[in-house]
Design a protein around this ligand. Structure first.
Ligand code: NAP
Length: 497
């Protein structure tokens, strides 16, 4: 891959190719209000594009289309749905450079990371293409021999998919692909800060052959105006949400009134445990990936570094040196290794957490400040903290690594579990028995063992406690979009038994 600065002409050419309307019933439309919404580049603060600002009327039109398309879509052959997904994978892969640049422009991550997200995000299309035709039920004789039992799966029905801004492609494919595989129609509501990637993705899925009404996309300035009326409508059967815990809780309350199926991928506060026997260079490499990927704006981001006291000084020195070697710059620049924070408010929140942590006794080993100049950059930061520092109980969502120490395995487990969240966790040790003992006792849906990045389309992704309900990806992902039907059939041989 040649590494060159992206030209302004290339950026404009790409932006002009992105649909900016609302996708409803197979057509790109203007918002019924006539209003538009600006999308910004977080590296410069400048407007990239204006898109149509969808509201509740547009959301209802999208649900009308999804509900009307549901019956026929559910009856399509699994192979047909599988091949649409496979073509979607091929088309996203062919246009990988466009998707990567678009994500860098609207979200800020360095191009190399955006390319990684295209690979990861596209894989959900290929994985669920394969799962579509291998989604089996059961057929068996009832225990007393009177009936034949048939257990089969049906699509749950029209689904509302709400995605966050931090992984604009992967969070959409992780929901759309299993919904297509299961035979559900859907309304996708991307985050208003990064809607462009979802729009390009929806256009690609149209090209891949997705029929009108199956995937509808409504972005807008008021998320609740879009989701609110749909959540009350009895034609909606499911809500799948990725985002913060408070919004997820509110959606679960709304879902209860309409008895909707829910999948909730919520916040995280991942512990990163380094035991005394760990390979420290590998642990620092893993720490950099687990903390710094996506500028720390990931639900799986390592948020609390818990390091055995015998190796803490060496770990902190190596980790600080690796953080100092990073280069915060616009993600389109070849030398950029850290992009900007998503907006000014989020950067201020991160700085406030650092200041509060310092006021509570943290030592700034490196960083600790926003970066001067355009955009919303924050200098990669390492804090040495006591294990009661308030920053350990906050989801930082930025390039700030608090490191604290433990003396015993029991203490490490207790510190790891001292969080309302339970999504990702990381364990560095050379002893597989330590890994098994600790994994057994920590309350997290995902465990990285000597690995700083473990998300994979083939694995069940999801958390426990305040991190949510349900799993995306893996064999489990399609189940979230299906409902079970049991047919009890009189057994013709029952009389002979
Ligand atoms: P957020 O504020 O909760 O927003 C997520 C999505 O929900 C966006 O599309 C947002 O729309 C929408 N939304 C906001 N308020 C809503 C409401 N009242 N009703 C309906 N929808 C509403 O979260 P975020 O700041 O975008 O993302 C960061 C959070 O997501 C972090 O907590 C992170 O851990 C979590 N996350 C979790 C996972 C996971 O898989 N567990 C993955 C990624 C991120 P607008 O943006 O348009 O307002």
């Amino acid at each position: 891959m040649t590494v060159t600065t992206v030209t302004a002409e290339r950026e404009q050419e790409l932006l002009q190719s992105v649909p900016t309307g609302l996708l409803i019933d197979g057509a790109w439309r203007d918002a019924s209000s006539g209003k538009t919404l600006d999308v910004h580049d977080p590296a410069t603060g400048k407007v990239l594009l204006s898109i149509q600002d969808g509201n509740s009327d547009d959301a209802m039109a999208a649900l009308d289309a999804a509900a009307a398309a549901q019956r026929d879509w559910a009856l399509t052959a699994p192979r047909e749905r599988a091949e649409i997904l496979r073509r979607g994978f091929d088309l996203v892969t062919e246009r990988a450079e466009d998707f990567a640049l678009l994500m860098t422009l609207e979200m800020g991550k360095p191009l190399a990371e955006a390319r990684g997200e295209v690979t990861y995000g596209a894989e959900f299309l290929r994985w669920f293409s394969e799962e579509t035709v291998r989604h089996y039920g059961r057929y068996f004789t009832s225990p007393e021999g009177k009936n034949k039992m048939i257990v089969t799966h049906k699509p749950v029905g029209p689904s509302l998919l709400i995605t966050p801004w931090n992984f604009p492609l992967a969070m959409a494919t992780r929901k759309v692909a299993p919904a297509v595989a299961a035979g559900c129609t859907m309304v996708l509501k991307p985050a208003k800060l990064t809607p462009l990637t979802s729009m390009l993705f929806a256009q690609v899925m149209q090209e891949a052959g997705l029929p009108a009404g199956v995937l509808n996309v409504v972005a807008g300035s008021s998320a609740s105006a879009i989701s609110g009326p749909l959540m009350k409508d009895s034609r909606l059967r499911k809500v799948s949400f990725t985002g913060s815990t408070p919004v997820g809780v509110k959606l679960m309350q709304d879902a209860a009134n309409n008895v909707l199926r829910t999948s909730m991928e919520l916040g995280g506060n991942a512990p990163f445990l380094v035991f005394a026997d760990a390979d420290l260079d590998a642990a620092v490499e893993g720490a950099m990936a687990a903390k710094m990927r996506n500028m720390g704006e990931a639900c799986t981001a390592a948020n609390r570094f818990l390091v055995h006291e015998d190796v803490a000084v060496e770990f902190k020195a190596k980790f600080a040196a690796a953080l100092q070697a990073l280069n915060p710059a616009r993600g389109t620049e070849p030398e950029s290794t850290v992009g900007p924070i998503i907006d000014g408010g989020a950067r201020d929140d991160i700085h406030q957490l650092v200041q509060d942590s310092v006021a509570a006794g943290a030592e700034v080993v490196t960083g600790g400040q926003p970066k001067d100049g355009d955009g919303y950059f924050y200098i990669p930061t390492l804090l040495s903290v006591g294990n009661d520092n308030p920053i350990l109980s906050e989801e930082i969502f930025g390039p700030v690594a608090p490191v604290t120490t433990f003396a015993t395995e029991e203490e490490a487990i207790e510190l790891a579990n001292a969080s309302q969240y339970g999504l990702a966790s990381y364990i560095y040790t050379k002893d597989v028995n330590t890994m098994f003992r600790v994994s057994e006792q920590i309350e997290f849906g995902l465990v990285g063992f000597n690995a700083g990045v473990i998300s994979n389309a083939s694995a069940p992704f999801g958390g426990v406690k305040q991190s949510g309900l349900g799993r995306e990806g893996g064999a489990e992902g399609i189940e979230e979009y299906t409902t079970v039907q049991y047919i009890g059939m009189a057994d013709p041989y029952a009389a002979k038994r």
